[in-house]
Ligand binder design. Structure first.
Ligand code: SF4
Length: 510
């Protein structure tokens, strides 16, 4: 049975009983509506999504809507903390946003401010303990934090803080930021936050909340996205919102205003918005994989539409490696936009030759005699009349271990395709990520261990080609001044050192 746990934490508000009954209701009605990590999943796992709301009478419900739009960034746990100027309440649970935050639960989160988080774990274990927002009572008052990314200098910071008397409630790296704030000698809270953020290295887009203020910040290299938006209110001050991706603003009816800049700390109070650069002069290295795969195509990331980047990746891929073909078929869903660009550039028809079953859960009754490639067949099915007798170009966004790509190639060939060519809309993934993306170790990344020709042979395709590094960077607007991290394609990491012992990448499926 699927595990659904609840944790209700409140400041001066005791919401525990009603949370328990709401949790019980959810547990009773729980259905495994999203797949657990499984060995058939070909993709790297998304990291986290964060949202913050200031100046809305029902801020928690707005945070819920924002998280709902960011659900693709993490499906393991979710949480919302709200504040009304005096009290700070926090509720988090395991599962999807809509499963955790029923109407009853949202009513326990009053106030005009809220922050929220949806998570797939990257450090710390996946227990409820590490779900966010994390709430810490500190010398600077009560602080709730929600963090997207991974810190890379954990080891020495944690030890130093523990020696200074810090008591860690979680094993999550995000709590280090709050403990640094609590132990800062800076006089004001905003100075303590700036002081804390300048001591940590790695990837962090964070939102924080005290009883009466919201903070939003990005790490100096801007690894992860974070945008600011505004809901224009005719009868009072505007509502200020922050979200990992701008697709959340659409559901909130907020206008995108700007990105939080790398190294910027923004503070929102009842008096308005103020900002400071707590770090300057560091080269921007935003995660390019957000454009390749993670972010939704209807989001604007680092000032550029993801749809536009993926379309350009497909076009560039066609320019670099097209072969004669009858049909272009995307591997759904993430290969779709690049495949449209590719088909237009190559002048070859685009067809949905593979159909994805969106309702595959974790539990299914397996056939008695295990069918070859059964897991992939559950998720994808070929449209035989579109593939039979055709020279097919499949477009996908990555090959991680290669086993799933091989199953898809076999499936298309089994449906009667005459030739199967695979095109990948990014370069070979040769190195793990330490900045908040769950990648297998180098040992399990096929491109770290085989040449392109050896991979082609392994996946049984007639031809295989990847997008060039230069082609990908240009397609994502790199020639317009955005600096990108491309470490998983090159092995050259932008931070000075990586505390690998503490941040061994989690074991991803496939
Ligand atoms: S290593 Fe890859 S996935 Fe990780 S931040 Fe850099 S580009 Fe993104």
């Amino acid at each position: 049975m699927k595990r659904l746990l609840y944790q209700g934490v409140s400041g001066e508000v005791d919401a525990s009983e009603s949370i328990k009954s709401a949790a019980a209701a959810v547990i009773r009605g729980a259905a495994p509506s999203h797949p657990e990590p499984d060995v058939e999943d070909p993709k790297l796992r998304e990291e986290c999504g964060v949202v913050a709301i200031h100046g809305h009478p029902d801020a928690a419900r707005q945070a819920y809507l924002g998280l709902y739009a960011l659900q693709h960034r993490g499906q393991e746990s979710a949480g919302i903390a709200s504040a009304d100027g005096h009290h700070l309440a926090n509720i988090k649970g395991m599962g999807l946003v809509s499963e955790i935050f029923t109407d009853d639960v949202l009513q326990k989160l009053p106030g005009h401010m809220a922050i929220g988080h949806t998570r797939y774990s990257t450090t710390g274990d996946s227990a409820l303990l590490n779900a966010q927002p994390i709430r810490v009572e500190s010398t600077k008052g009560l602080i709730a934090i929600a963090h997207n990314g991974n810190l890379v200098n954990l080891g020495n910071l944690r030890t130093r803080l523990e020696r200074a008397g810090a008591y860690f409630q979680t094993t999550s790296d995000s709590e280090i930021i709050v403990q640094l704030i609590a132990h800062s000698r800076a006089g004001s809270l905003v100075d303590a936050i700036a002081d804390s953020l300048s001591q940590v290295e790695g990837a962090f887009s964070i939102v924080m909340m005290t009883r009466d203020r919201i903070f939003a910040a990005r790490d100096p290299r801007g690894f992860r996205p974070l945008s600011m938006g505004r809901i224009h209110n005719t009868d009072g001050p505007d509502t200020i919102v922050f979200a990992s991706e701008t697709c959340a603003f659409d559901l909130l009816r907020a206008d995108y205003e700007r990105d939080v800049l790398p190294g910027e700390l923004v503070m929102v109070t009842d008096d308005g918005v103020t900002s400071r650069q707590y770090s300057t002069g560091v080269q921007q290295t935003s995660c390019i994989f957000e454009h390749v795969y993670f972010a939704r195509p209807d989001s604007k990331i680092y000032g550029r539409w993801v749809q536009e980047s993926r379309d350009q990746m497909g076009r560039q891929l066609a320019r670099e490696s097209h072969v004669p073909a009858d049909v272009i078929v995307p591997v759904p869903d993430s290969g779709v936009t690049a495949a449209i660009g590719y088909a237009e550039q190559a002048g070859v028809p685009f067809r949905f030759g593979l159909i994805r079953n969106h309702y595959v859960g974790r539990t299914f009754i397996e056939p008695e005699q295990r069918v070859r490639d059964f897991g992939v067949k559950l998720k994808l099915n070929p449209v035989r009349n579109l593939l039979e007798g055709k020279r097919v170009i499949l477009i996908d966004d990555s090959i991680i271990r290669g086993t799933t790509s091989r199953k898809i190639v076999r499936m298309v060939r089994g449906a009667g395709a005459k030739e199967v060519h695979l095109r990948i809309s990014c370069p070979p993934t040769v190195s793990p990520c330490f900045y908040g993306v769950d990648t297998p170790s180098k040992r399990d990344l096929i491109a770290a261990n085989k040449t392109v020709e050896e991979i082609r042979e392994f996946i049984e395709a007639d031809s295989l080609a990847y997008l060039s590094l230069d082609g990908m960077t240009k397609a994502c607007g790199g020639d317009e001044g955005t600096g990108f991290c491309v470490a998983c394609y090159t092995g050259n990491y932008p931070t000075q050192w990586v505390d690998v012992e503490d941040i061994l990448p989690a074991t991803a499926g496939v």
